[in-house]
Design a protein around this ligand. Structure first.
Ligand code: ADP
Length: 168
């Protein structure tokens, strides 16, 4: 069965899934945006666990428990800072989605949600990021048949429209 792909509008920290993905920074230090929301909801044990991981390079992914979240795991990945698009940003963003899915599959995750990585403080244009997100997830899922459902969790109504158009 091919995995189900969908887009919803929600606070990703509230979702009850096997895993949620965090758009973290390379120090895994917690921050604003979705990272802040996830840390607040997961509780202080998350910051402790992140400190022990010793950071995460851009494009890579790291896994922690979900602590007080309803999600069992948090997969932290670090999107590229948008510098105009000629500094490897598309490749790095695609690597975020690929590495997060690979880590999810290695932990028997069946259902997970992604935020729109890179499109907040890091400035990646939403239209371009959403295309890379959807295309990369579609391609990568061919290699991981244990993953049954991937949700693109949007924070704004405008973002949701863009993702829904790409998935429709
Ligand atoms: P980045 O540093 O990768 O740009 P941000 O957290 O600044 O990460 O933004 C990434 C995306 O996450 C943006 O589209 C932002 O609107 C969205 N976002 C912020 N808070 C939440 C949340 N609680 N749930 C889901 N998405 C969120």
């Amino acid at each position: 069965m091919p995995a189900k792909l969908s887009a919803i509008r929600a606070d990703i920290a509230t979702l009850s899934l096997d895993a949620i993905v965090n758009a973290a920074n390379s120090a895994l230090a917690g921050g604003g945006g979705v990272d802040g929301a996830i840390h607040r909801a997961a509780g202080p044990e998350l910051a402790q666990a992140c400190r022990q991981l010793g950071g995460c390079p851009t494009g890579e992914a790291r896994l922690t428990e979900g602590y007080n979240l309803r999600a069992r795991y948090i997969i932290h990945t670090v999107g590229p800072v948008w510098k105009g698009g000629n500094c490897g940003e598309p490749q790095l963003l695609a690597a975020c989605y690929r590495n997060a899915l690979s880590l999810a599959a290695a932990h028997d995750v069946r259902r997970l949600a992604f935020p729109s990585i890179g499109t907040g403080v890091y400035g990646y244009p939403l239209d371009l990021a959403a295309k890379t997100a959807v295309n990369t997830v579609r391609e990568t899922l061919r290699d991981f048949d244990g993953i049954e459902e991937v949700i693109f969790c949007c924070f704004s109504a405008g973002d949701l429209q863009v993702y829904q158009r790409l998935l429709g």
